[in-house]
Design a protein around this ligand. Sequence first.
Ligand code: FPP
Ligand code: ZN
Length: 449
Amino acid sequence: MDPSSASSTIPTVTQRDQWMVESQVFQIFQLFSSIPQTAQSLMLELQRDNHITYLTKSLSHLPPSFSVLDANRPWLCYWIIHSIALLGESLDYQIQHNAIDFLNRCQDPNGGYAGGPGQMPHLATTYAAVNALITLGGQKALASINRDKLYGFLRRMKQPNGGFRMHDEGEIDARACYTAISVASVLNILDDELIKNVGDYILSCQTYEGGIAGEPGAEAHGGYTFCGLAAMVLIGEVNRLDLPRLVDWVVFRQGKECGFQGRTNKLVDGCYSFWQGGAVALLQRLYSVVEEQLAEASQISPKSDVAEEEQESLYGTSRNATCHFTHGGTGEPGFSDFKNIGYNFINEWRARDPLFHSIALQQYILLCSQEQEGGLRDKPGKRRDHYHTCYCLSGLSLCQYSWSKNPDSPPLPKVVLGPYSNLLEPIHPLYNIVLERYREAHEFFFVES
Ligand SMILES: CC(C)=CCC/C(C)=C/CC/C(C)=C/COP(=O)(O)OP(=O)(O)O
Ligand SMILES: [Zn+2]
């Protein structure tokens, strides 16, 4: 699926499709369990060098302007540059220079980034370009982002119902809310005007299943669930969602193939290692709010040992619907500083045990999604691509750090499947940016400017 074009099709998965995928995956697992341990270690090895070769080759040959991928080039930049950063590799100076220059040519004179030079600015490619530039890092890349104009573009996309349009006259959905709020948050241009009624819009997308849909009345989907949940965290209104129901929906999307599916009755796919895995990673850190909601529902006092005040400052409180941290509900200015939510979220790491099977997911990614020659894919039988490489690696990183209580302490070897050399760089789960690059950008946009 392509995140820049977003209509949800009616599920067409048959029992036969499901059996085919299951049997392919189980054959791989069976082969794996029948071979000696040394051969198993080889099968579980992350083919780091081959992934780097696949990715760097593609970056130096971005599709020319007539290509069908024309409107996707900032995405390609992000998927590739982020994957390389996850793998702990740095880019050649000339390639970095070319990428900054290309993204700058995609920047619209009135703000935002388009899919290619001279095209119409779009929220999805704006998110991709901003994340790519932050990942490239350094003064030249960060200073190339025209934040004043970008703010104007975000305001132009803002809708009275609280949502955002993807582009002028474009669709309004949960993806647009996330991409707008994510870039505003990371660039320190988030304000009450942008936040206004976003929470109401996203709340109206949470479905009876518990997951979040692209728009009100549609089907819950992993991609939109990540977007809706992350946006709600970033605006300080996550407590307004029905979190226990959300946890319930997302954890049941991890199937017997060990990977995640995007929605009920659909096939497992490596990219949901991030979209669903990311949502579970966020929920893991929000668990005290989940417990609070559960306790409220059953009138039992919460089990959480986290100080109540600390919780309120980050996530609001679920005890009243228009709590002091809820923007848009009361119209009162928030007491808490929503601008620092992204930063505090990562620093106040108090992880519970993961809410999903992180070793099983690593097994799916390494054995079923990984191509030995480099690149990662949706599932066995599919071809590698940059989108799946990016989101499989992002999901793998989330798994590896899912047991860590502290973002700066390396994971124990037993939670990293395969050799310890498989370890990737940690990411900021709200933005999907490598943590170290996020920190540099935070310093640049919050401290220095
Ligand atoms: C930041 C950003 C732009 C996020 C995008 C989020 C995202 C992945 C949304 C999903 C969109 C969608 C309609 C998928 C269904 O595809 P499908 O029917 O091909 O796949 P499925 O069978 O797995 O549901
Ligand atoms: Zn996919």
